[in-house]
Design a protein around this ligand. Structure first.
Ligand code: SF4
Length: 316
């Protein structure tokens, strides 16, 4: 890829002292590991909308669908200040070409889900979304988003980062110009990756790519992008990966010796049973792809969806 990937992130996760208590919430995985491959566009909604550091702690109160942001001790309502700023900030972020966003969990401004909202009796319910996070996700409803806490789950992490890299590749193809040839090429090399999310989605995208030459190519790209982002949001599972791995075996029908076939089936079976991580069958497939010069599979992003050094499939 030509350029580094641009991802939005809550500023305190990068170690900046912007929290209400003057501290930070540095996440080393985000800053150091993902930072090797990504350029971060950091956003601290509370500081950027004009609040000082340190400041009084706040929380969400009222109706969980449209809560207010209120300071805990002095009960000052900060909702308008935050929402006025957020409306402008999300528009500015449009020009950043973000491929994803990592939010700080549990924050009344930045939390993506299950943020506490307090009712009139002072009882919390984990049903809210931080005010900025909500404005962001309404503006970019299909963009890959995650919270730093959920990134500790190996499957969620792999899914999120895989989606970000796929979206980056899509943006690069778009930069080359809208041609039907490029669209077919992109769809072809993402076949197995898309199947690992949803075979139904993959087929719908195939229909769009193959059919209707009367549709203007710009419209075809627009519809394809929507389907792509929706497909990437459907989480991969062990069962879906197992189906893809078995499907891939079909490409080796003639080349694999009985012993190699048995070994591959064993490895797929072990992955399916939770005895080995995904990296094991994928590595073996990569080996056979090289050994038997399988040029079609060589181009499949499924076999190398993100940098190996991230070790994302070693635990998934
Ligand atoms: S959670 Fe959001 S608002 Fe709070 S300090 Fe971090 S970036 Fe700023």
């Amino acid at each position: 890829m030509e350029n580094r990937i641009k991802v939005g992130v809550s500023t305190c996760l990068l170690g900046e002292n912007v929290r209400y208590d003057g501290g930070h919430k540095l996440d080393r995985y985000v800053r150091d590991t993902l930072g090797e491959y990504m350029d971060f566009v950091s956003v601290c909604p509370e500081v950027e909308c004009g609040m000082p550091v340190p400041r009084e702690a706040m929380r969400l109160v009222g109706d969980s669908e449209s809560p207010r942001l209120v300071t805990i001790r002095t009960q000052k309502d900060m909702t308008k200040q935050m929402l006025d700023w957020a409306t402008i900030r999300v528009l500015q972020l449009e020009s950043e070409d973000l491929c994803g966003y990592i939010f700080k969990s549990n924050s009344p401004s930045s939390g993506m889900e299950r943020v506490k909202v307090y009712n009139d009796n002072g009882m919390p319910q984990k049903k809210g979304v931080g005010l900025f996070a909500k404005a962001f996700m309404e503006r970019f409803p299909l963009l890959p988003t995650e919270e730093e806490g959920r990134l500790h789950d190996p499957r969620l992490r792999e899914n999120f980062i895989e989606s970000i890299f796929a979206l980056k590749r899509w943006r690069e193809i778009k930069k080359e110009g809208f041609t039907r040839g490029n669209l077919v090429a992109f769809h072809t090399c993402h076949k197995l990756q898309l199947m690992s999310h949803s075979i139904t989605a993959y087929r719908a995208m195939g229909k769009l790519v193959a059919g209707n030459n009367e549709m203007p190519v710009n419209e075809q790209y627009r519809q394809y992008e929507t389907l792509l982002l929706k497909a990437l949001r459907l989480k991969c599972t062990v069962k879906k990966h197992t189906n893809v791995l078995q499907h891939m075996m079909g490409y080796f029908k003639k080349q694999l010796s009985p012993d190699e076939k048995r070994e591959l089936l064993d490895v797929i079976f072990q992955y399916h049973g939770g005895m080995t991580p995904l990296i094991v069958p994928v590595t073996l497939f990569n080996h056979y792809v090289r050994k038997y010069h399988k040029s079609y599979l060589k181009k499949q992003t499924y076999l190398n969806p993100h940098p190996t050094a991230l070790k994302l499939r070693n635990h998934a």
